[in-house]
Structure formats: C-alpha cells, structure tokens
Design a binder for this molecule. Structure first.
Ligand code: HH2
Length: 295
C-alpha cells in the first residue's frame, strides 16, 4: 500500500480543501444505488472512477442502513466487501462502512484504515486494530429509526451522545476520531435541518466532523414539486451539493457523497473562499478536543 493510501489524518492538519469520501455500496438494496455494482469487479471499477474524480477516501459498504433495511449475515457482508477493499486499498485510503466487529477487523486486515461505524459502538475494534474511527449518531436501528423520532433539543442531544462515545474511544487509545450527526438516522426533516444549521456546535467540540447528506430522503421532501412529486435519489444533486457546501462552510472536515466530481469542485470553492478570508481549512482537528468542550 502506498503511504498516501494509508495515511491517517493527523490531528490539527491543514489542507487546501476538506476531504471528500466517495461511496462504494456493494449491496443490492442501498437507497440510491442498490445493485448498481453487484460484483467485486464492477464495485472496484466504480471505486477507481471515484478516485479519478478526486475522492480522498472511498467508503466500502456491504449492508444498507436505509430505513427498513434488513440485516445481512456476517459471511455475506464479508463476501461482498473484502475483495473490493483488497483491490482498492493499494490506490486510495479505504474506510469500511459496517456495524459488525468481525467485518471491521477483516476489513482492516484487507487494507481499510478507517472504520465508518453508524452504530458508534466499535471503538474498541478501532483501538485494537490501530485505525481511525467514525462515530455516527443514530436513534434505533434501520427497522425502527424513522418511527416518530423525538428530541427535546436535537443539536445538544446529538453532540452529547457523540462526545460520550468519542471520549471512550480516546481513552481506549483511538488517535483519529471523527464525529457525524447521522443525517436521516432517526431524524425528521426539521431535525436534519437543525443539525446542519448548527453544525458549528459539533465543530466546536474539537473532533473532526463528517457529514453525509448525499441524495437523502429529506432532500427529496424539500425539493418536491407543487404536485407533491418527490425527485428520486439520483435527481437530488442540487440539494446534495447545497448541503455539502453548507456543511463545509460551517467547518466539516469531510463529506460523504455519491457524486464525487461535483462535490470536489464545491469543496475546492469553499477551501479557496476560506483561504481568501485569511484562514485555512482545518481537516484533522485535535482528536482529544473533548477536554476543551464547554458546557
Ligand atoms: N449514511 C449512509 C450510510 N453510511 N455513514 C456515515 N458516517 N454517515 C452517513 O450519513 C451515512 C453513513 C446512508 O447512505 P448510503 O450508503 O448511500 O445508503 P445505504 O445505507 O442504503 O447503503
């Protein structure tokens, strides 16, 4: 594996633009691209295409987490993701999108250096494997999470839940910890918008922030025509780019997207704007930043 492909994001590192994570779903049922890359060869080619478009990391997943998704047995998830991770990890940094410790460990052995964990429960695996970890917030499981989600104060509750997990991971020795508000995971349209509008609250924790809005249902709802027609996931690029740009402007260090080329352009634009203002894009914030959190 090349050094570039293997690099861990250093705390406090600066860059010209924030990172773009390209999505490689090796699944038959993902909400926007299920079945598009059904075998390892086509999934690897898709990953290489995303790298050519400028992806900094590719996120390989073998189990959909969309609302109502059915869990996949470990063996099947391994069969889907391992050959893809093995092939891609010599070209680009690879994360594995899984909630199963067995899959995370095998993925790291195959070359992944970041565990993208929508259950925010695998920090011990990340610690023992010596890789980075993404803690994403969610309420419930894919089967139940959209059944009337309620919060008193969604921004504070999500921040506090993520900080609690991130602190445990830091104690366990994980040196690269990302936090992610989990847009669409047990959240209404209003919850998603509040989390985006107040993303600075997550950024201020000091942990680098990852945001995934790409093609999600709330963008379809907000873009519905007067006749109520909701654009399908593949026709939500405008909302995906608008929300990615908003998140980057508010300080997200990475966005997780399907449409890499367009998002890289948007990230460059935000990066240049921030530099024009005399600042820099801080990608890897101090990963022990929980010590600095106020309130
Ligand atoms: N969203 C999805 C999956 N994984 N990981 C993080 N960290 N943040 C997210 O917002 C996130 C995620 C859902 O998107 P997708 O992978 O396109 O769909 P599916 O879960 O149906 O495969």
């Amino acid at each position: 594996m090349s050094d570039a492909a293997n690099s861990i994001v250093e705390p406090g590192s600066m860059a010209d633009r924030a990172l773009v994570m390209g999505i490689v779903n090796v699944t038959p049922d993902s909400f926007s691209d299920g079945g598009a890359w059904p075998d390892a060869a086509s999934a690897v080619q898709h990953g290489l295409d995303l790298v050519a478009q400028g992806a900094d990391i590719v996120d390989v997943g073998g189990e959909s987490s969309r609302p109502g998704a059915v869990a996949v047995p470990v063996e099947e998830e391994l069969r889907r993701v391992l050959p893809v991770i093995e092939a891609l990890s010599s070209h680009v940094r690879v994360s594995v999108d899984t909630v199963k410790p067995e899959v995370a460990e095998a993925a790291v052995a195959a070359g992944a250096t970041l565990i993208n964990d929508v259950s925010a429960s695998l920090w011990q695996v990340a610690a023992s494997c010596g890789v980075g970890w993404v803690a994403m917030h969610r309420r419930g499981t894919p089967t139940t999470m959209q059944d009337d989600p309620r919060y008193d104060d969604v921004v504070t509750e999500v921040r506090d839940a993520l900080l609690e997990r991130a602190a445990r991971a830091a104690e366990a020795g994980v040196s690269e910890i990302w936090i992610d508000p989990g847009i669409g995971f047990g959240k209404t349209v209003e919850h998603n918008l509040s989390l985006l509008a107040h993303l600075d609250v997550l950024v201020e924790t000091g942990f680098p922030v990852l945001v995934g809005t790409s093609r999600k249902a709330f963008l379809g709802t907000l873009a519905a025509g007067e006749d109520g027609t909701v654009p399908p996931p593949t026709e939500r690029l405008a909302g995906s780019l608008a929300t990615a740009t908003l998140a980057l402007h508010l300080g997200a260090g990475m966005v997780r997207v399907h449409d890499v080329a367009a998002t890289v352009q948007a990230a460059r634009l935000v990066g240049r704007t921030v530099q024009q203002a005399g600042e820099g894009v801080q990608v890897g914030r101090n990963s022990s930043g929980h010590d600095e959190v106020k309130g």
